[in-house]
Design a protein. Structure first.
Length: 136
């Protein structure tokens, strides 16, 4: 990386950190966050992070991930950070929080109506009809 900063080895490096259980601020997440600068595919980042995140909001990895993403949001409030938070809240079945992030994404100029529909359907599937109705 020092010899050629254009090389994209952050994904494998981040994956190794994750497999070691080092998902926190100094390890996995910073090595995957470079996608927000337009250097990769968001779906690839989420696929790699998904292996270390669970539906349990109290899971230590979930807590670390949320903390790092929120810290990044304070430093650089871009749409990617909102997308990461929305994805995390969907994974944790916290659809109301995911909807709040979706609204923030929309306010930043992104067209995400299909996302809202999908989020509403997830809420219905998880028997969270009130939140699903609010979203739709």
């Amino acid at each position: 990386m020092e010899l050629n900063p254009q090389w994209i080895i952050n994904f494998p490096k981040g994956r190794i950190y994750g497999e070691q259980g080092n998902i926190g601020t100094q390890c996995m997440i910073p090595n995957l966050k470079f996608i927000s600068e337009g250097n990769g595919l968001p779906s690839y980042v989420l696929k790699n992070i998904n292996d270390f995140i669970s539906s349990d909001a109290e899971n230590p990895n979930n807590i670390k991930f949320k903390k790092v993403v929120l810290q990044n949001a304070q430093k650089n409030p871009d749409i990617f950070v909102n997308e990461l938070l929305s994805w995390l809240f969907c994974t944790q079945k916290q659809f109301k929080s995911a909807f709040c992030q979706g609204k923030a994404i929309y306010k930043k100029g992104a067209e995400i109506f299909a996302t809202f529909t999908g989020l509403g359907k997830l809420g219905i599937g998880e028997q969270d009809e009130k939140t699903a109705k609010d979203i739709i």
